[in-house]
Design a protein around this ligand. Sequence first.
Ligand SMILES: [Zn+2]
Length: 243
Amino acid sequence: MPSIRRGHCLESEAGPAGKPLLSASERLAIRFGKRFNHGLLRFYPMHAITQSGWIEVITGSMFSGKTEELLRRLRRAEIAGQEVAVFTPAIDDRYGESHVGSHDGRRWEAVAIDPDGDLEAVTDSLNGEQVVAFDEANFFAENLISLCEKLAADGRRVIVSGTDQTFRGEPYEPLPQLVALAEYVEKFQAICACCGEPATRNQRLVDGKPAHVDDPTTLVGAEESYEARCRHCHTLRRGDPRQ
Ligand SMILES: [Zn+2]
């Protein structure tokens, strides 16, 4: 088996008989691959930590794959040997150990913190981690913005994931402000549960019916469900809320 040495040019690697070990199509693939990677590095420098730090936002509707993307980025950082800290908003006042995970069973250990608190728990618990992530960031108060700015100014890579719209289809702070401040933003679409078009909205359903426009933005412990829907199929109940 020929070995490929680190730092050696693959394209000039030759076998014992002087023949190239790589076919013409393989050399072509490598050449294009290099160009492709170069583009990725230029626009998404997610593997490198610079002196200045930066903010990345992963947003979109529910079911659009935000958490999958967050986990993908965290794993890439881990493979590169970077230290990672992940925070999630505490649900039902359960603080401490938690996890970020999606339906396919992949998870990442996280610390659940009070989303309405002063967020000092974040800076207190950091110990030199180069990458700091916040999942479900829409549940955090607006002081998450200044915290992210501070962490980036300290030279950290900050990754924020969360939905950018309320169930009413309105901007869901603090995500929109973070989008404006971030160096890198990716907005994902789900697939509309009604028509199959790209979906950007969160349809809240209560007992199978569209939620009322006057319902609170955040419901804790309520019997509601969600669908991803497009602008056309997204709907709200109006009028007398008791009907
Ligand atoms: Zn639709």
